[in-house]
Design a protein around this ligand. Structure first.
Ligand code: NAD
Ligand code: MG
Length: 378
């Protein structure tokens, strides 16, 4: 089953499945593009297609006429689809919209390949508790966490001294603070290494993505914030590293192509053959690493502070960031305003004492909701 089947991760997943006809696709789920969802359902011969936007139901039905795929639409239809029996679910809805369907997809005995990082950022404790309670095998699909997961190879974090996530640095790596402040949407969407959806691409341009990923790693691997670090690595070949107490460092490398971590999840515990480009280090010539520049990329520090403060701060950070990115993409604010507005939202939450740590899905939704209301009318 693929949640977020029409997105960047969903399409990459479909590319891999199309080469492996032994997969039977129980359901595909999408947001509002009925035609794209129907095309995906036809391509994968999915048994069922569910669209979040119920206004698209007629279009979805019409586009699926004559196929064996059943169709449904609306919030309840998405939850119902997420709960259908299957062995593995790819959870790749973007943003907080993925929260309820991804939780609903945590069904006993199932494997979940998780791309939606916002679930772990805004509701990490609740999500991991539900994963354990339901006996779900969780496989991280985000490339950095996938590399770390493979480096850990089943070990817990007790012998880990440090976990390092790499960041490409994004399109603004060598830009001045003034140029970043005023950057337009096209420049922020021009990621040098990765082809991704718009939200995560904007997050990457300001290094907010790396901050969200630190919080994601903290929840996934139950690791203390002090043991997590970020290094900028413009080639995006080393994705994540783990240093152990004996001084050994294990790293995960591949060309920057999301199909590689997706294939790892789909094949697990075996290896799935892919036609992805192979890594050629001699042709590449060199790999470089540098410390992130917090002055030009303030979003990273905001996320680190939220991670260290804990409580509901990561939930607030995530909510404010989603709204700020939306406003930036709509041309309403400058790039530099994203981090400024997120910082203000975190300060306000602390000031108002609203930042209690959410322990359940409902509590996380509550903290998210308050943060969104305050963002709209500060
Ligand atoms: P995208 O915007 O390309 O796709 C998002 C998908 O979610 C689409 O299929 C859309 O229809 C669906 N969707 C949106 N709202 C929905 C709703 N309310 N109900 C049901 N479906 C809905 O995003 P993406 O780049 O594929 O990213 C998906 C997730 O994976 C994000 O959380 C992102 O941070 C994470 N991620 C992406 C990449 C990448 O390379 N794209 C890498 C690592 C992690
Ligand atoms: Mg990533």
């Amino acid at each position: 089953m693929i949640l977020g089947a029409t997105g960047s991760i969903g399409r990459s997943t479909a590319d891999l499945i199309a080469d492996h006809p032994d997969f039977i696709v129980e359901a595909v789920v999408g947001g509002s593009d009925a035609a794209a969802l129907a095309a995906m359902a036809r391509r994968l011969k999915a048994r069922h297609a569910a669209l979040h936007d119920e206004r698209g139901l007629a279009a979805l039905r019409a586009a699926l006429a004559g196929s064996d795929t059943s169709a449904a639409a609306g919030e309840a239809a998405v939850i119902e689809a997420a709960q259908r029996p299957c062995d593995i679910v790819v959870a790749a809805i973007v943003g907080i919209a993925g929260l309820k369907p991804t939780f609903a997809a945590l069904q006993p005995g199932r494997t979940m390949a998780l791309a939606n990082k916002e679930c772990l950022v805004s509701a990490g404790s609740a999500f991991m508790a539900e994963v354990a309670r339901r006996g779900v095998q969780l496989l991280p699909m985000d490339s950095e966490h996938n590399a770390i997961f493979q480096a850990l190879n089943g070990r817990d974090a007790s012998s880990v001294e440090q976990m390092v996530l790499t960041a490409s640095g994004g399109p603004f790596l060598r830009w001045s603070a003034e140029a970043i402040e005023a950057a337009d949407v096209a420049a922020a969407l021009a990621h040098p290494n990765w082809s991704m959806g718009r939200k995560v691409t904007i997050d990457s341009a300001g290094l907010m993505n790396k901050g969200l990923e630190l919080i994601e790693a903290q929840a996934l691997f139950r690791i203390a914030p002090e043991k997590l670090d970020v290094v900028v690595h413009p080639q995006s070949v080393v994705h994540g590293m783990v240093s152990f107490s004996d001084g050994t460092v294990l790293a995960g490398l591949s060309v920057p192509d999301m199909r590689t971590p997706i294939a790892h999840c789909l094949g697990h515990p075996d290896r799935m053959a892919t036609s992805c480009r192979r890594l050629d280090l001699a042709a590449l010539g060199g790999l470089t690493f540098e410390a992130p520049d917090h002055a030009r990329f303030p979003a990273l520090q905001l996320a680190i502070d939220a991670m260290k403060t804990g409580q509901g701060l990561p939930t607030v950070l995530n909510a404010a960031n989603e709204l700020a990115v939306e406003a930036f993409l709509a041309g309403k604010i400058k790039f530099g305003d994203i981090a400024r507005l997120v910082g203000r939202a975190c300060e306000a939450a602390l000031r108002h004492g609203e930042a209690k740590s959410p322990q359940t899905l409902a509590e996380a939704i509550g903290v998210d909701h308050i943060a969104r209301e305050r963002f709209a009318t500060p």
